[in-house]
Ligand binder design. Structure first.
Ligand code: FAD
Length: 396
């Protein structure tokens, strides 16, 4: 008799959950994705930069290595999805131009150049004239820049749509429900409980709940709110040629600002970084700051039309690194991707699929095992409910 396919429940249908579900189904598992919001979490809000180095902070070498490893894996997944669905995910390959307005910014860009060079990545320093030759609409005050030609970007919403189509074609089913707890049994975690009291059972539960994962398990995942805008370049400006060709980033009044062009004339303007708990409301102050900073970087942006303001919760962790590993028998977690969850989604999917199917996980993931937070989880969070057996490691 043929073996039954492994049954997996994936909690969360953002970039991480969808990529995990697709990869597991494509490898033969029977997968259900459960999501409360229709996948409208951080992945929907994101800017879609695939910027392994410009997004990493100094001192985060292991994370930078992981981010770098994620780029070719993302490219391969994009090609695979195109082959499976016939739809492009909207990858752009023109790179990132980081610009400087003053000597402090220049010094920061010099440090970025040294960091990139140390990693063997090509980086081109440019004076003000050469910078504006690449992006002629930049503010006259821009004194110079650095071109990271190998940074990519993706239309994250198109990517999510294509991932979902590919997952459905591979047999993944989708359930709209809020998960309020895990079902513990003699063999470990055996399923999940929904807010309406339903029980869904499977051999493995994979938690991909982004910033909300900490409500289900004892892990220090916290929300970092990001407000972000979508603007559209009017046809009258576009008819003269592209207004923005590549991602442009700069520091304006101490805040980082980036502009990411999309195919079709949209420009994403991001993003604030706020500690506001799970609030994802858009504020007048947030929109004002983003529009003002965008204007200082690219004055013509004041002529763009306003499409959308949105906020999402980045899943932050104490060391800014993701959390991926087995928490108990039948329970795997993949969360905490903070500022790089779109970039890391394909690499995460491969690692989770390997873990669920009993194969070795790539060594680059070793520093990101949940055990590194075992003491934090034990000391900072309320004790387990006495109704729940204690066998599930870090789970609540
Ligand atoms: C403004 C902003 C800009 C960003 N820009 C970039 C970028 O340029 N590049 C990049 O790589 N990353 C970026 N990020 C980070 C990236 O968006 C996140 O790291 C990534 O989306 C995390 O994916 P996720 O699937 O873990 O979480 P999410 O996308 O938040 O998905 C989690 C899902 O789980 C569901 N869920 C949670 N709890 C439950 C529950 N109990 N029951 C049922 N469903 C549940 C939610 O409904 C949600 O759909 C950005 C983030 C923000 C906010």
């Amino acid at each position: 008799m043929a073996a039954q396919p492994a049954e997996v429940l994936v909690v969360g249908g953002g970039a991480i959950g969808l990529a995990v579900a697709y990869r597991l189904a494509e490898r033969g598992a029977a997968v259900r994705v459960i999501d409360a919001s229709g996948g409208r979490g951080a992945s929907w809000a994101a800017a879609g930069m695939l910027a392994p180095v410009t997004e990493a902070a100094f001192g985060e070498e292991e994370l930078t290595r992981l981010n770098l490893a994620a780029v070719p894996v993302f490219q391969r997944l994009a090609a695979e999805l195109r082959e499976r669905t016939g739809q492009p995910v909207g990858l752009r390959t023109e790179g990132t131009l980081a610009v400087a307005f003053n000597a402090d910014d220049r010094a920061a860009l010099d440090r970025l150049t040294d960091f990139r060079t140390g990693l063997g990545l090509s980086t081109q320093r440019l004076n003000g004239t050469a910078t504006r030759a690449l992006e002629p609409y930049l503010a006259a005050g821009v004194r110079g820049g650095v071109l990271a030609a190998d940074d990519l970007s993706v239309d994250n919403r198109r990517y999510l749509g294509v991932l979902r189509s590919a997952a459905e074609a591979a047999g993944v089913s989708f359930v709209t429900a809020e998960i309020t707890g895990l079902l513990h049994g003699a063999t470990g975690v055996e399923g999940v409980r929904t807010a309406t009291g339903d029980q869904l059972r499977a051999g493995t539960v994979v938690l991909c709940g982004g910033a909300a994962t900490g409500a289900l398990v004892r892990l220090p995942v916290h929300p970092v709110k990001g407000q972000i805008l979508r603007l559209a370049v009017p046809e009258r400006l576009r008819s003269a040629g592209p207004v923005l060709t590549r991602t442009v980033r700069g520091i304006v009044r101490g805040s980082e600002i980036y502009l990411v062009p999309r195919p079709g004339g949209e420009v994403v303007v991001g993003a604030t970084s706020e500690q506001q708990g799970h609030d994802t409301g858009v504020t007048a102050g947030g929109v004002y700051e983003l529009l003002r900073n965008a204007y200082e970087l690219l004055p013509v942006s004041s002529e763009f039309s306003f499409v959308e303001a949105r906020a999402g919760s980045r899943p932050g962790t104490p060391d800014n690194g993701p959390i991926l590993g087995r928490l108990a028998d039948g329970l795997v977690v993949a969360t905490g991707h903070y500022r790089n969850g779109i970039l890391l989604s394909a690499l995460t999917a491969d690692a989770v699929a390997a873990l669920v199917q009993g194969e070795p996980v790539a060594p680059a993931w070793t520093p990101f095992h949940p055990e590194r937070f075992a003491s934090v989880a034990a000391s900072q969070l309320p004790p387990r409910s006495t109704a729940e057996p204690a066998s599930a490691g870090l789970t609540t």
